[in-house]
Design a protein around this ligand. Structure first.
Ligand code: ARG
Length: 580
């Protein structure tokens, strides 16, 4: 354990036990970074009431116990200030030793979850029959970062791409495919024209009775899994998935075809799912439909809100599929935790699904189900993100534009065309991904190319630049960062600040995994890069007048910073160029 915040938590808890008895050892010491020392512990204020003693007196008792329990190697000073804060300063030598240990640890201080968990992460999930819009871009990017973080923490992350690939719209989509010819239809789907294609089919469905009738019949043969209809459905889906895969590969997300578990996959489980729910009494018939009324959900008229799982015409819906999916995930995939990385507008749906699955006994107490709400992406006008003419934005166009703009931004750096294109790809895609990740996933945010591509601030390009700059230090010095070994000596305040900052990486990653909040990693990396900048301004590394020990120590700090930034960006799925 190298994170000082954790070490202090443990030490202060021990001191609480010593000073006031073991029943106090579990209290949260409330360790926070401090302006006046390295950290402050605020626990004395909250304990004073419970102990019926003056807060400063309580603080003094904790300070005494802390110093008595220290073997002389951790604390440089423990002081009481204000109404009873404990200001704690750590020894330089202790920080340096922890930093060296972190450098020697290939995991840079990141622990592993014990015991490891099986975690389903349901993310991306575009709809084949509609459009893959910017909202899907965000669930794809956030979800992919979550699986990377969970895997890195030693868990088994099971990616589930719950594609919208089934249901009544497929009747008209297949008929439209026959009308315009297989070849032409597939070429268009593969090129990402799915939403135009859908709109054409929809127009015909609304205006041509004959087409409507054919589409209806086609839905029936699809439900019956008639071989010719299934062949056409597969053609349609394969072309669509080829387009999705192009986007995934441009984005560098880890989803593959093996992760596809679309709505169609659950089709055969729906009848059984309903039968189960009916047999256990969880689902009841109401006005001809089979419904679950999870406790605590009321409509605007104050009547219990139903989750309709089989309509009166016998058809199933989105909710039925999600219940079948949760049942499958618990029973067959044996999950400990399920994360649904889906738009915030589906919050009620998931609350009801989780409640129903708990009622049915599928979601046992030890399985957690979480809706990781994705906030809406807005345009500059503060409304849902659209093109100037009001259409939805094609994702491949959006990503191309990011790359073009990045290319323009680095135009003056004198790279040849091939290198420039390559850097522009990394910077453009990195900027889009980082922008999605750096704000908390449930807040709305404005999609703004200028801001995400800025080379200053908490942006992808800034983080990439910070990383590339440290690499160039090693290139210039002719040193391999993986061969640097210190020792670390903390002479300057800027060196000490950087070392202390680097010790916090493990806790941040663990916290991001526990709370499903990748933006915590972004904030931490941004602070780290800023702390490094100050260090690098104040502390020359390669200059001739730097003595060999100092140089070795500073190179060690550079190497650890580089590894923390690279590991962190990799957990976010943000690519890092070699140079920029
Ligand atoms: N296809 C859905 C949509 O675009 C998202 C599916 C999310 N996952 C789920 N298990 N419901 O809105």
């Amino acid at each position: 354990m190298t994170d000082p915040q954790l070490v202090l938590t443990e030490r202060v808890q021990q001191a609480l036990g010593t000073a006031f008895g073991s029943e106090y050892a579990g209290a949260d010491p409330l360790i926070r970074p401090s302006q006046f020392a390295d950290f402050q512990a605020n626990v004395a204020l909250s304990l004073a009431k419970r102990l019926r003693r003056a807060p400063r007196e309580v603080a003094q008792a904790i300070a005494d116990a802390l110093e008595a329990g220290d073997t002389g190697d951790v604390f440089a000073g423990v002081e009481i200030s204000g109404p009873g804060f404990l200001n704690i300063t750590l020894q330089d030598g202790w920080i340096a030793a922890q930093a060296l240990q972190t450098l020697e640890d290939p995991r840079s201080g990141v622990g592993t979850t014990t015991p490891p968990q099986t975690v389903v992460v349901d993310y991306s999930a575009p709809n084949a029959a509609k459009e893959m819009h910017v909202g899907h871009l965000r669930t794809t990017i956030v979800g992919d970062s979550l699986v990377r973080i969970l895997d890195y923490l030693g868990n088994r992350a099971v990616r589930q791409n719950h594609l919208g690939d089934w249901g009544t719209p497929f009747g008209m989509l297949i008929e439209h495919l026959l009308d315009i010819g297989e070849g032409a239809a597939l070429a268009r789907l593969e090129a990402g024209e799915g939403s135009e294609y859908y709109q054409e089919a929809r127009r015909k469905f609304d205006s041509e009775p004959e087409f409507k009738e054919r589409s209806r019949r086609r839905v029936a043969t699809l439900q019956a899994e008639d071989p010719e209809t299934m062949r056409l459905w597969h053609l349609f889906m394969d072309a669509t998935v080829r387009y999705f895969n192009k986007i995934y590969s441009t984005l560098g997300v880890t989803l593959t075809d093996d992760d596809i578990a679309g709505e169609s996959m659950y089709n055969r489980m729906l009848a059984e799912t309903c039968a189960d729910l009916e047999a256990s009494g969880v689902a009841v018939m109401s006005e001809g439909a089979l419904c679950v009324f999870p406790p605590g959900f009321k409509g605007s008229d104050d009547r219990p809100l139903p989750l309709i799982i089989r309509k009166s015409d016998g058809g199933y819906g989105y909710a039925t599929t999600d219940l079948a999916a949760i049942r499958y995930r618990v029973r067959d995939l044996k999950v400990d935790r399920i994360m649904y990385v889906v738009g915030a507008d589906q919050a009620l749906h998931f609350q009801m699904i989780f409640a129903a699955a708990r009622q049915a006994g599928w979601l046992a107490d030890h399985v957690s189900a979480e809706h990781i709400q994705i906030g809406m992406m807005l345009g500059a006008d503060g409304r849902r993100f659209r093109t100037r003419s009001g259409e939805s934005v094609k994702l491949s166009d959006l990503l191309d534009e990011a790359i073009d703009r990045a290319s323009a931004a680095i135009a003056e750096r004198g790279y040849d065309e091939v290198t420039r294109r390559e850097i522009a790809r990394t910077v453009g895609i990195g900027a889009v991904k980082y922008a999605d990740l750096s704000v908390s996933h449930d807040s709305e945010y404005i999609f703004d190319f200028d801001r995400m591509l800025a080379f200053t601030g908490n942006t992808g390009p800034y983080m990439q630049y910070a990383t590339a700059r440290i690499r160039s230090i090693f290139r210039k010095g002719g040193v391999d960062p993986s061969e640097v070994s210190g020792p670390i000596i903390l002479g300057e305040a800027a060196e000490r600040d950087l070392a202390l900052q680097l010790l916090g990486f493990g806790t941040v990653v663990e916290h991001a995994g526990a709370t499903a909040e990748p933006h915590r990693v972004c904030s931490y990396l941004f602070e780290t890069a800023s702390t490094f900048t100050t260090f690098y301004e104040k502390c020359p590394v390669l200059r001739d007048d730097v003595d060999p020990e100092t140089r070795a120590s500073r190179l060690a700090l550079c190497a650890l910073t580089l590894r923390v930034l690279q590991t962190g960006l990799n957990l976010l799925g943000v690519p890092v160029p070699d140079r920029m």
